[in-house]
Design a protein. Structure first.
Length: 364
């Protein structure tokens, strides 16, 4: 079977890119189509010779780094790829790649990380985040309306939908009225070991963006004067550093091995934002560590309250403080083995088998 893989952007290595990496391991001969590609940041994982980009790759690098400014061009860009030589296309989608056009004889399986949140449930927040004047905000709102129209029109192009969580499955049903099968993203449990001891710090591993709500965690740890270590980078870095006190350390981007070491040695992982799935809580549990998570989104499907961590139910410092107090009170009761056992339910091996079953079903 001749298979192609498709992914929105290869500009950094996040959770969605880790899923693509495993898909590429399952189908090693499959080329990868992507709208934009940064060889420096992704070449070690996704080598250049396997990559086919869109016409937007030819834009100057400064524009490519700010691709939100040419949103109206992206639907056309993904429609220009020719998949006539493939029996199956498997897309890894967070925004646009479900809208590729495939021939009648070519099956399209779409693995949905989420419907495009900036155009649907985060529209107002997305517009406010741009910090623009009235006329420009109005223009962006008009563009997003056009994007939603295209999104609705193109969603029927995929033959099969896979959702990365029940949370995303519910969004697919709400916005697209399509059925989907849940297959949780893969976590390579073998990369992690249970920590025998814990050092006196709490840990966040995250992109530094507004939706991750690191500001809540920073305000809380400023207040309680406990050590918080933050691994990750992103557009909110300067803002977050400016509001952080002296008990908070920003380490920037770290490789997988060093990140795993910090997870192994922390007291607990702090997961303050609402995520579609959230691989990091599973990685923390693979290290035998409890998780304090916001009680919405994918974390509700991975963290077991009172067994592998705790939730806070409101996006406020007070609610997070209550959750952290409960976690610290119960800290000795969280079994590292139970945390590890829970993480095993989201293993790479389970993901691979379920993906292969879906692909085998498409052959019949």
């Amino acid at each position: 079977m001749n298979i192609a893989l498709v992914h929105d952007y290869l500009l950094h290595l996040g959770g969605a890119e880790r899923v693509l990496k495993i898909l590429s391991e399952i189908f090693p001969k499959a080329p990868i189509y992507t709208i934009l590609y940064d060889e420096k940041k992704c070449g070690g994982v996704f080598p250049k010779e396997k990559i086919t980009t869109s016409g937007l790759q030819k834009l100057p690098s400064l524009l490519r780094k700010n691709h939100k400014y040419f949103l109206p061009l992206i639907p056309r860009a993904v429609e220009e790829w020719d998949f006539s030589g493939f029996d199956l296309v498997l897309s890894s989608n967070s925004a646009f790649t479900h809208g590729i056009i495939t021939p009648t004889q070519t099956r399209h399986i779409c693995y949905f990380h989420s419907p495009m949140r900036f155009a649907w449930d985060w529209t107002n927040e997305y517009i406010k985040e741009q910090k623009l004047g009235f006329l420009k905000r109005t223009a962006i709102a008009h563009i997003l309306k056009k994007i939603r129209i295209w999104d609705q029109a193109s969603v029927d192009r995929a033959d099969t939908f896979i959702a990365n969580s029940k949370t995303v499955q519910n969004r697919i049903t709400k916005y697209y009225r399509r059925d989907s099968t849940v297959i949780y993203p893969p976590v390579d449990i073998s990369r992690f070991k249970i920590g025998k001891t814990s050092e006196d710090y709490f840990l966040i591993v995250s992109n530094l963006t507004p939706f991750k709500r690191l500001d809540l965690a920073i305000q809380l740890f400023n207040k309680i004067r406990r050590r918080l270590v933050i691994i990750g980078d992103g557009p909110q870095k300067e803002f977050l550093q400016n509001i952080a006190g002296d008990t908070i350390d920003f380490l920037g981007h770290k490789d997988d091995a060093l990140t795993a070491e910090y997870l192994t040695n922390c007291r607990a992982l702090i997961f303050p934002g609402e995520d579609d799935f959230g691989i990091t809580p599973v990685e923390a549990m693979a290290c035998g560590k409890p998780v304090l998570a916001f009680g919405r989104g994918g974390a509700k499907e991975t963290v077991v309250e009172g067994v592998t961590g705790e939730f806070f139910n409101e996006p406020t410092v007070a609610s997070m403080e209550d959750g952290l107090a409960r976690l610290m009170l119960n800290e000795r009761n969280y079994s590292p083995l139970k945390c590890r056992h829970r993480a095993n339910e989201f293993s790479k091996e389970i993901f691979i088998e379920k993906i292969k079953n879906i692909v085998r079903g498409s052959e019949s």
